[in-house]
Design a protein around this ligand. Structure first.
Ligand SMILES: Nc1nc2c(ncn2[C@@H]2O[C@H](COP(=O)(O)OP(=O)(O)O)[C@@H](O)[C@H]2O)c(=O)[nH]1
Ligand SMILES: [Mg+2]
Length: 468
């Protein structure tokens, strides 16, 4: 990393989002930050002590930025400088608050680059904060997770990690594993054969009962919170004309897809994203599933079948008025292994008759009767969906929840700890157990970013935007 991103130079970037805005911020970090500000910035008013350069630390100064070469006046700004190490990056940091137009910010940034800064890479400010020990890797990731949060809950979870709690708890587990390794060493070096075996078994038990459950706890938190972080996918399937597209339009709250009484109208997968109970949910309208000769429709059907694998839940829709037919049966068979919500549509046509008779094996699925066309019982449908998609059993609310990368490493660590426990308890093999434990520690090190593994760093920082 150090070879590609030298730490000693001064970097700059636009920190605010693209597009029009009331204000926009250009951020500078590095040893020359203040010098660069002084080259460009003429503060208004002249107060003793900080008349030229606006160099009083952590004090917002009003003034103008001029191009360092042409002398052209660029923007009226507020500027602040924050000396390291008590700054975001740990270095000298300057922020220039200009007007939020794309051209204004580009001109401000250009002036800053002329004055001696280099354009920052994505996430480079946060990377410097990490290298300078201001934050640990889990906190750096929390910054990106916070910015990317797709729900309030995801935002709160990232916020919890931003304060470093996950890092501290993982560090404690790492220390516990290292302590076990030290005990094993001592046993191997000094222990009596028999005593030794009993002690090794005891160490194995402590791994099983005290360490593995910690990982299990975090992993189940992840599962419970996954929907809020990644969003969930729901496919609406059924044979042609049962009212799938009508339902999608109700969910979208506008006529997103074409609805006709001609079977086979929908051929592409059409996505609609909404928030249900704070969870980002993407509904996908699909081509009606049936035997078709039309090549375009057949392609659509193929796509639908392939898509089912990606879904967290399938809404299987029936036309209650038409009853259950051969096509419905084949769809039901196809969905056997999946999480399904059965929706009986067109109940408005059923005023006289009751709901149609359903095959026994479908009765295990939760079901609801609605009328998509007349907007009846759609609120009920949403509540039912919410219940199916939320994992309340595992959800303990505000606990520490790892992100996807951290979860992957926790799983690997868990595997190694299980193997180690087995080596110690069953085989009484101290050295082999120790090897497994060393690998477990390696996964935790990668999680914590304890050594600067360039692959880990790239994986984490490629998610960042420039200016963060
Ligand atoms: N009576 C009635 N007709 C419906 C209802 N939902 C959809 N339809 C009609 O059924 C036909 C097919 O609807 P569409 O949404 O295109 O079905 P899809 O092929 O499954 O996407 C259209 O004429 C809709 O107006 C409903 O709840 N009641
Ligand atoms: Mg349709």
């Amino acid at each position: 990393m150090a070879a590609t991103l030298p730490i000693g130079d001064t970097i700059a970037a636009i920190a605010t989002a693209r597009g029009r805005g009331a204000i926009g911020i250009v951020k500078i970090s590095g040893p020359r930050a203040l010098g660069i500000l002084q080259k460009l910035f003429k503060p208004s008013g002249k107060k003793p002590g900080h008349a030229d350069g606006g160099d009083r630390a952590r004090c917002l100064r009003h003034g103008w930025v001029y191009h360092p070469v042409s002398g052209e006046r660029i923007d009226e700004v507020l500027a602040v400088w924050m000396p390291g190490p008590r700054s975001y990056t740990g270095e000298n940091v300057v922020e220039i608050n200009g007007h939020g137009g794309g051209h204004v910010l580009a001109a401000l940034l250009e002036a800053v680059l002329w004055a001696g800064a280099r354009l920052a890479e994505p996430g480079e400010f946060t990377r410097r904060a990490l290298v300078n020990g201001r934050i640990d890797l889990s906190q750096a990731e929390a910054v990106a997770d916070l910015i990317d949060a797709r729900s309030q809950k995801a935002m709160r979870m990232a916020g919890r990690r931003l304060d470093g709690e996950l890092g501290r708890q993982v560090e404690a587990l790492r220390q516990a594993v290292i302590d076990v390794m030290a005990h094993i060493e001592a046993e191997i070096d000094f222990g009596e054969q028999l005593e030794n075996e009993a002690d090794l078994a005891e160490l194995g038990r402590s791994i099983r009962h005290r360490m593995i459950p910690r990982l299990e706890g975090w992993l189940s938190q992840y599962d419970a919170a996954k929907g809020y972080v990644e969003g969930v996918k729901v496919a609406v399937v059924g044979r042609p004309n049962v009212g799938k597209s009508s339902l999608i339009n109700r969910i979208a709250k506008f006529e997103r897809v074409i609805v006709t009484d001609v079977p086979g109208t929908t051929r592409d997968l059409v996505e609609v994203s909404v928030t249900l109970f704070g969870m980002p949910v993407t509904f996908t309208d699909t081509a009606g599933l049936h035997e078709s000769q039309d090549p375009v429709e057949r392609l659509g059907i193929q796509r639908t079948c392939g898509y089912l694998d990606e879904c967290d839940l399938v809404v299987f829709m029936l036309d209650a008025a038409a009853g259950v037919g051969a096509d419905d049966f084949s769809i039901g068979e196809m969905l056997e292994q999946r999480k399904v919500l059965l929706v009986l549509n067109k109940m408005d046509l059923m005023v006289e008759k009751g709901a149609p008779k359903l095959p026994d094996e479908w009765l295990r699925w939760p079901r609801i009767a609605i009328s998509a066309r007349y907007d009846e019982d759609l609120g009920e449908l949403e509540r039912l969906l919410g219940r199916e998609l939320q994992d309340e059993e595992n959800d303990s609310g505000e606990d520490i929840v790892p992100n996807l990368r951290q979860k992957g490493l926790m799983e690997k660590c868990q595997e190694r700890l299980k193997a180690a426990a087995e080596r110690l308890e069953r085989d009484k093999a101290g050295e082999l157990g120790s090897i497994e434990l060393a690998e477990a520690v390696g996964h935790l090190d990668r999680l914590l970013g304890r050594w600067e593994d360039p692959d880990v760093m790239d994986q984490v920082f490629k998610r960042f935007c420039i200016g963060k």
